[in-house]
Design a protein around this ligand. Structure first.
Ligand SMILES: [Zn+2]
Length: 219
């Protein structure tokens, strides 16, 4: 049975998935190698025991410190094929607001300093589905575009899903909302509906986790 630990670093969450194997999903922001060392030691984890680093999508607040984590853990880095450029160049692809909240958040982001990213060469590039059992975790990775064209979801057999920014906590109300940035709104909602058939808990990159009941209100 897998166990998910959520750690908020800076403006985003990273996740540890403990099963027979150990996965790390995303990197958080505002972190340093020392901060990760301290974090893993608090959690009684030897970073070298981490089997795989999964990047939910190619936005810098999710992969900013993948370089430091790869060095520290010596684990392979996995991302979707459409996220490869972002990881290799450290550059954020353009985000597209799909509503007023998105416009407002984009305005705030543009006012702030950009998140600096060290680049990394991904080791495992996925397109549609990837079985995590080979890394000792009962579950799979599925392609769930909508928020971005490179968004993937870690779907565990236990019915928990780590969904990146597919659903997030609204910066205005704190409630669950569907991604306010989307390059394909139809795909975003189709994938939320699809996941509702398989997942009872949605772990988000920002805030959360959210229950199926909370997510059902969004579609
Ligand atoms: Zn994002």
């Amino acid at each position: 049975m897998s166990e998910i630990t959520t750690i908020t670093l800076g403006i985003s969450n990273l996740f540890l998935v403990r099963d027979k194997g150990l996965l790390l999903v995303d990197t958080g922001t505002d972190a340093t190698r020392e901060k990760y060392v301290e974090l893993f030691s608090k959690l009684k984890i030897n970073p070298r025991d981490i089997d795989l680093i999964v990047i939910s999508h190619g936005h810098s607040d999710h992969f900013a410190h993948v370089h430091e984590l790869k060095e520290l853990t010596d684990a392979p880095v996995l991302c979707h094929k459409n996220a490869v450029d972002a990881l290799k160049t450290g550059k954020n692809p353009k985000v597209i607001p799909r509503n007023e909240l998105g416009e407002r958040v984009l305005e705030m982001i543009l006012k702030n300093e950009p998140i600096l990213c060290q680049t990394v060469e991904p080791d495992i590039i996925v397109e549609s589905m990837f079985d995590l059992n080979q890394y000792g975790v009962a579950g799979k990775i599925i392609y769930t575009p909508g928020h971005s064209d490179c968004s993937i979801t870690v779907l565990l057999d236990s019915g928990e899903a780590i969904v990146g920014d597919m659903v997030v906590s609204s910066p205005l109300t704190g409630n669950a909302c569907a991604a306010y940035f989307a390059n394909d709104e139809k795909a975003l909602f189709n994938n939320i509906r699809m996941l509702l058939e398989h997942a009872h808990t949605f772990y988000s990159g920002h805030g959360g986790p959210f229950s199926r009941k909370q997510i059902l209100k969004l579609v």
